[in-house]
Design a protein around this ligand. Structure first.
Ligand SMILES: Nc1ncnc2c1ncn2[C@@H]1O[C@H](COP(=O)(O)OP(=O)(O)OP(=O)(O)O)[C@@H](O)[C@H]1O
Ligand SMILES: [Mg+2]
Length: 399
């Protein structure tokens, strides 16, 4: 695409074998990624995993050590940043303070001598619902409105590819939620390709068609949000995207449809089609909201896995749901989320309980339990997941 031309629609982005080494540190390791034109793609991962570096490589602000970058089929690896059909919205959205909102948005068009800058700027402002404030100065706007101006300023150029680096980071939770929906609508309306970077798993799940979960410079798993959530491939994904109960044990029997794993003497069944590893030591899991608490040992049911008895060691009520921590001897502590269908919690601290879940809800990871230290050492992601959870709970309480 010629510089300055307006893209009618998004372009594919292809990263082929990208590696980025800084002196003494490899930030990106063999990254391969194809983002189809017109999609909303989220790169999700903890702090320092290489998200901004990836965006800077695509924008041409950083040179890859190895690999190629293609936009709309054209190899742009050796193009300068201003030659690429790309715009970036950074977390710190510097607007020109002395210019009106309208002039801020029209600025890039004027500089590139594109026709009708004012009309095009108004159009972009309409899209972010700020045209009525076009003549204000940035400091007369709220933080969220300023962020939308920054977005209009990027969209007005109709880049084939829009890069968003935590563009909602400065907003409070409520405005962020609102902007997430608006951004998604804008992307659908303009049909451009969005590459959105975030460490907020809810944000990624709300907005993206496809999520790539990044960990230490590598993509651990990529797919539709629901697919990633329901069938995580690694322990990292299972715990970064929501929470999981994970168990490790040997596969003790296999049928044509399922494997059975011995978890400290309790036989847990996982459907074959949901298990990445089918022999030897494996790690299997189930999401906390899929578990049911029982006050008495439930009778055997081939369709359900059973674990227990265990002891409730913590109950935290959060309005919509209650989180129970249940210690099962030899297995560890399980997390259960239960909707509050009745008044008060279903079990109290110290109670003896059993847990069950539909066999179809379990999953088996691809990780080799023998080299799990790569994940165990990653306390940061656990912390982030915890923080995410508590901020969500705060939000729910406020609602
Ligand atoms: N110029 C540089 N020189 C050396 N190391 C760098 C440089 N830029 C980034 N890094 C390192 O590369 C890694 C990835 O950084 P990057 O900014 O891509 O992380 P990120 O995923 O965007 O994190 P955050 O969520 O905190 O923004 C980090 O460990 C960082 O310290
Ligand atoms: Mg970053």
């Amino acid at each position: 695409m010629a510089v300055g031309a307006f893209a009618d629609r998004g372009a594919d982005l292809e990263l082929v074998g990208i590696e980025k080494r800084f002196p003494g540190f490899t930030a990106i390791e063999n990254l391969n990624l194809t983002i189809p034109a017109g999609s909303f793609f989220a790169l999700l991962g903890p702090s320092g995993c290489g998200k901004t570096t990836t965006l800077r490589l695509v924008a041409g602000l950083e040179e890859p050590t190895n690999g190629r970058i293609l936009i709309g089929g054209t190899d742009v690896t050796n193009q300068k940043s201003f030659q690429r059909p790309v715009n970036t919205v950074f977390q710190s959205y510097a607007l020109f303070p002395h210019m009106s909102v309208l002039e801020n948005v029209a600025f890039g068009l004027r500089r590139r001598k594109i026709g009708d800058p004012v009309a095009k700027a108004h159009e972009a402002l309409l899209l972010v619902e700020l045209d009525h404030l076009a003549h204000r100065k940035p400091q007369q706007l709220s933080g969220g409105q300023q962020q939308r101006v920054a977005l209009a300023r990027a969209i007005v150029n109709r880049p084939a590819l829009l890069l968003l680096d935590e563009p909602l980071g400065a907003l409070d939770l409520k405005l962020r939620r609102q902007m997430q929906l608006e951004l998604k609508t804008i992307q659908e309306e303009v049909g451009l390709t969005f590459l959105h970077v975030t460490h907020d798993q809810e944000e990624a799940m709300t907005m993206a068609d496809t999520i790539a979960v990044m960990n230490k410079g590598r993509i651990e798993q990529m797919g539709e949000p629901q697919q990633l959530y329901e069938l995580p491939r690694t322990a990292f994904v299972a715990n970064f995207l929501g929470q999981s109960n994970l168990f490790t044990g040997p596969v003790v029997s296999t049928t044509s449809t399922a494997i059975a794993v011995d978890v400290s003497g309790q036989k847990i069944v996982v459907p074959l089609e949901r298990a990445h590893r089918v022999s030897g030591e494996v790690t299997i899991g189930v999401r906390p909201e899929k578990l049911t608490l029982h006050g008495e040992a439930p009778s055997d049911d081939a369709g359900r896995n059973l674990m227990g008895p265990g002891t409730v060691i913590d109950v935290s009520f959060s309005g919509v749901s209650t989180q129970y921590l249940v210690a099962v001897p030899g297995v560890g502590t399980l997390v259960v989320f239960a909707q509050n269908m009745a008044f008060g919690p279903a079990a109290h601290v110290g109670a003896q309980v059993w847990l069950s879940w539909n066999v179809d809800h379990g999953f088996g990871l691809d990780d080799d339990p023998a080299d799990s230290p790569r994940f165990e050492a990653d306390l940061d992601t656990k912390t982030i997941a915890q923080q995410r959870r508590s901020s969500l709970l705060t939000e729910l309480e406020g609602a």
